[in-house]
Write a protein that binds this ligand. Structure first.
Ligand code: SF4
Length: 490
């Protein structure tokens, strides 16, 4: 099992340095600097009283009070742009005065935007954790729930969950961020989100047709960390770490094993290959979750890709907005917006993932000019009905995310409990098409085993032909004629 301190923190654990040393108490002419969010200024709860990034205990807070906020030139929102902050150190004991003073300056912070389950979970298991800590994605990564004891402490485990956690030996590690755990039912093993991240012994079952690498990616890897299956596009895997491990992951065979690390030699080999592969115009960075990389590392990778003239289009695949929305900081968005055209494929599977935190994360990415699409996997007992899927696609649109693909679950080893008949996917598409805007209807695809690529499937709306008329069925099941004469070949 991969430690956060391995892949993730070998990349990430370096604490951000504060932008400068606080002035001694009472100093009225403090330094003033531009920075994006090392003080979590973008979160409403921390807007008035900012906490230094290293603050780990309540007694550390607040050390610094914001004196004045000024947006960077041309910026329209403190959420998406660097902020000039004038600040001064004040005594910890005088917190009430700090709040009054800063509220006068920047307004009273609105109520925390967390869903009730998250608030209740924090109160129960992380009561001493400050907002600044909870909102810090590195804190979340460091405090992932990973051991059977931790799961048993927070959840009433079913016998099959308990056995799977104790026995281990599944292909995929176990790990859940505290934030995502807050969305999980403590006492209902059938809750959809719980099924996606808590293992059961069903993962030990192997069925005919399943494979560790059903898409045949390993056979199309010219250098480690790169899959080149189509002439014009490649998949770049910089790391195998994810903050939360989805039990149906297509890359279970590699994800979380700590073998794919973004070291210089590995990345150099990838970039050397891409410089020579002049047919490649499109790079998808996925993983593992590429947003588990530090801003600096991501910046370096994107910059190197952008220096290759024939690479026109860069995409990032990530589940962070769903499992660790705290990762989507204004600072990260500042990095990403430098590399347009940059698109993002997000990974949402259930409407319960569409929380205020996720909406804020997606809003920040969208404000940074990044087109957002969701790739959703069709999962038995999770989202395999029209009502759930309709709720999901509607909430995604509200979060400025276009439902892009609905994937038939790949036949990964140990995934039979998640797979549905293909007819279920067609039924869901038929239940969406015409009943909601076309923007909400994803393309249902099967990623063909063996490397055949994505094959779209849709309900058959062509009923037949009557002379020069094509007979078509609409979403209500009514038949219509469309004039379609068979013209002689010229
Ligand atoms: S986030 Fe993606 S790569 Fe990571 S475990 Fe989930 S499906 Fe796999």
């Amino acid at each position: 099992m991969n430690e956060c301190g391995d892949t993730c923190c070998s990349v990430e654990s370096r604490e951000e340095e504060p932008p400068g040393s606080p002035e001694p108490p009472g100093t009225n002419e403090p330094p003033s600097r531009f920075f994006t969010s090392p003080f979590n200024l973008a979160t409403e709860s921390c807007l008035a009283v900012a906490a230094p990034p290293r603050a780990e205990t309540a007694s550390d807070l607040p050390l610094i009070a914001v004196d004045r906020l000024t947006l960077a030139p041309g910026a329209t929102s403190h959420r998406t742009a660097p902020v000039e902050v004038r600040w001064r150190r004040i005594p910890v004991t005088n917190q009430a005065a700090v709040r009054r003073w800063t509220a006068d300056l920047v307004g009273t912070p609105s109520a925390r935007r967390s869903s009730p389950p998250t608030q209740a979970f924090r109160q129960r298991f992380f009561a001493d954790v400050t907002d600044a800590q909870w909102d810090d994605w590195r804190w979340q990564a460091r405090h992932r729930i990973r051991t059977p004891e931790q799961f048993a402490h927070m959840l009433q485990l079913s016998p099959t969950e308990h056995a799977a956690l104790l026995e281990g030996g599944t292909m995929l590690p176990v790990g859940v961020t505290p934030y995502y755990m807050s969305l999980i039912s403590p006492d209902n093993p059938q809750q959809p989100l719980r099924k996606t991240v808590v293992p059961t012994t069903a993962e030990f079952t192997r069925m005919p047709g399943e494979a560790d690498d059903p898409l045949g990616e390993d056979g199309h890897s010219p250098v480690p960390g790169l899959v080149h299956r189509y002439p014009d596009r490649v998949l770049l895997l910089p790391l195998d770490f994810c903050s939360t491990y989805c039990r149906y992951c297509t890359r279970s065979r590699v994800v979380g094993h700590g073998e794919i690390v973004p070291n210089e030699a590995r990345l150099d080999a990838i970039f050397d290959y891409l410089e020579r592969a002049t047919t490649v115009r499109d790079v998808l960075i996925s993983g593992g979750d590429p947003l588990a990389l530090s801003d600096e590392r991501l910046d370096a990778i994107l910059s190197r890709l952008r220096s290759i003239p024939h690479i026109e289009f860069v995409r990032i695949g990530t589940k962070m907005p769903a499992v660790l929305p705290q990762r989507i900081t204004p600072q990260l968005c500042e990095v990403l917006r430098r590399y347009h055209p940059l698109w993002m494929s997000l990974h949402f599977v259930h409407p319960d993932e569409c929380t205020p935190e996720s909406a804020e994360a997606c809003g920040r990415l969208a404000d940074a000019g990044i087109p957002l699409g969701s790739q959703t996997v069709l999962l038995r007992g999770v989202n395999d009905n029209v009502d759930t899927m309709k709720q999901l696609v509607h909430r995604l649109l509200m979060m400025r995310v276009r439902p892009y693909y609905l994937y038939q679950c790949d036949p990964i080893s140990g995934s039979s409990h998640f797979r549905t008949p293909v007819s279920k996917g067609l039924e869901i598409i038929a239940g969406l098409r015409g009943f909601t805007t076309g923007y909400a209807v994803p393309t249902y695809v099967i990623d063909a085993p063996g490397g055949g690529g994505k094959i779209p499937l849709q309900p058959d709306n062509v009923v037949g032909r009557d002379g020069d008329d094509l007979l078509l069925r609409n979403f209500e099941g009514r038949t219509f004629r469309y004039p379609d004469p068979q013209l002689p070949m010229s």
